[in-house]
Design a protein around this ligand. Structure first.
Ligand code: FE2
Length: 464
């Protein structure tokens, strides 16, 4: 497998760009019991994530009650593929149509029809174009959308800041991903700054070819985790999609994200969202999950260190704000959670970091966040989970938890001087949430090479 830490390997970049970042969508077809399909072979560990032909392990996204999307990225040769899938340990397999994967190019394949709240397994079958026989390449498993009141768990990471020439960040992300996979949550939310544009601080993606390489590197760091744990992505201020960036460059960043790590689109779930998958909602069991973008529609520049933007002039934009209000007002759920890179305002350790949107719960009653906080109170939101400040901390405000989920790769750990937080955990790690019938249990966990599930550093309960 190629590891692209160094942008000087221009050949790969050229190939990525030449291949484009376009995503083909192919529906699955139901062909139960096809005799030509070979059963799972165990001559090598297909769950290891090591692939001979794919660039990175598969990435599951958009699990609904009736389908899921598998994103596959081609390696150095063009391929033919199909995917077999079945209810866990069922007697017969379904399979998709045969589809093509071009080299270094992602495709999104939909598996359907599926049943809600059900465990499935799948296997990717591959042959080189021109070769005759398909062979099993890699496999994984997943659970479809829960529609009942059963207990479940989900995980969150933030601020991996994956960028070229920073292998330590990929190592941290990789260790964290392995620990999350060992615990097998229903899904993972990535709360932004997952990648890092690199030509200026939080600046635009200055060349189109940088988008695919950054998302490829992110997928590499996640390793085998998304092959069996579906991913939901939140946009931060380093993804190159800020409202004050030029539209052409935002479109490059958006196109790469939507090709390599697709998010729900307005028609994926009844909760809907934005046309670029930058904000969306979904229900899982008795939980309502609302994902927002705080940078996508803020048009006033908020670059760190400049004095243009203020702590109280961040904005969601009219469309996103109206969508949020309607979803909170209309959707009844026992648990409600909001996910956003940082609050829609800042109140931090100093003026510079206040302008930059730091401070979490300290900023609950500042700027547009004050309005959002009122809605969260009125419509009984349990918690707002965010990243941006690279530490774990929890500040309850009027009973609503503002929880910063820690960082999963970023080398910078902000202190009280910058954030204003008095009680926080700077360790790299992930946040784990158990949604149980009587309570929600939130844990901050750091990976440990001797313990697959990691070490719990802090834990608190949200009781309704
Ligand atoms: Fe960050």
């Amino acid at each position: 497998m190629i590891i692209m830490y160094n942008l000087s390997r221009r050949k790969f970049l050229k190939q990525v760009v030449a291949a484009g970042a376009g995503t083909a969508i192919l529906p699955g077809t139901l062909l139960a019991g096809d005799e030509e399909v070979s059963p799972v072979t165990k001559d090598r560990d297909l769950r290891s994530g090591v692939s001979r032909f794919l660039l990175v392990p598969p990435c599951l996204v958009k699990p609904t009650e009736s389908e899921i999307t598998v994103n596959l990225a081609g390696g150095k040769n063009p391929l033919h593929c199909f995917i077999m899938f079945r209810e866990s340990e069922a007697a017969t397999w379904n399979k998709t149509e045969i589809f093509s994967i071009e080299k270094h190019t992602p495709v999104s394949i939909i598996l359907r029809p599926l049943q809600a709240n059900t465990l499935y397994e799948y296997q990717v079958q591959v042959r080189l174009k021109g070769a005759e026989a398909f062979k099993p390449e890699t496999e994984g498993s997943f659970r479809t959308q829960r529609k009942d009141s059963s207990n479940f768990s989900f995980a969150m990471i933030s601020d991996s800041h994956i960028t070229p020439n920073e292998p330590e960040r990929i190592k941290i992300l990789s260790d964290i991903s392995k620990s999350i996979l060992a615990r097998r949550p229903d899904f993972l939310l990535m709360l932004g700054d997952n990648i890092q544009t690199f030509t200026s601080h939080g600046g635009p993606m200055t060349e189109e070819r940088f988008g695919p390489i950054l998302y490829y590197m992110l997928r590499y760091g996640l390793g085998n985790l998304p092959a069996s744990v579906p991913i939901f992505n939140v946009i931060g201020n380093w993804e190159g999609e800020n409202g004050w960036h030029p539209e052409e460059q935002r479109a490059w960043a958006r196109r790469a994200r939507m090709s390599w790590l697709p998010n729900p689109l307005p028609y994926t779930y009844p909760e809907g969202g934005g046309e670029y998958g930058d904000y969306y909602g979904f229900t899982w069991g008795e939980g309502l999950f609302i994902v927002l973008t705080v940078t996508g529609y803020t048009t006033i520049e908020h670059v760190h260190g400049t004095k243009t933007g203020r702590g109280d002039d961040w904005m969601l934009g009219e469309n996103q704000k109206e969508w949020l209000y309607k979803r909170l007002k209309d959707l009844k759920a026992k648990r409600k959670f909001i996910f956003i890179h940082h609050t829609v305002s800042g109140k931090a350790g100093d003026d510079l970091n206040t302008r930059y949107g730091r401070g979490g719960g300290q900023a609950a009653k500042v700027g547009e966040q004050k309005l959002i906080h009122e809605w969260m109170k009125r419509f009984k939101v349990n918690a707002l989970f965010y990243g941006h400040d690279h530490v774990f901390t929890d500040i309850p405000v009027d009973g609503i938890h503002y929880t910063c989920v820690g960082s999963a790769g970023a080398p910078w750990k902000f202190t009280t001087d910058e954030t204003g937080y008095k009680n926080y955990w700077p360790d790299s790690g992930y946040t784990w949430v158990d949604v149980n019938e009587d309570k929600v249990l939130v844990s901050f966990i750091t990976p440990d090479s001797t313990k697959p599930g990691g070490n719990i550093l802090h834990q608190f309960e949200i009781i309704k």
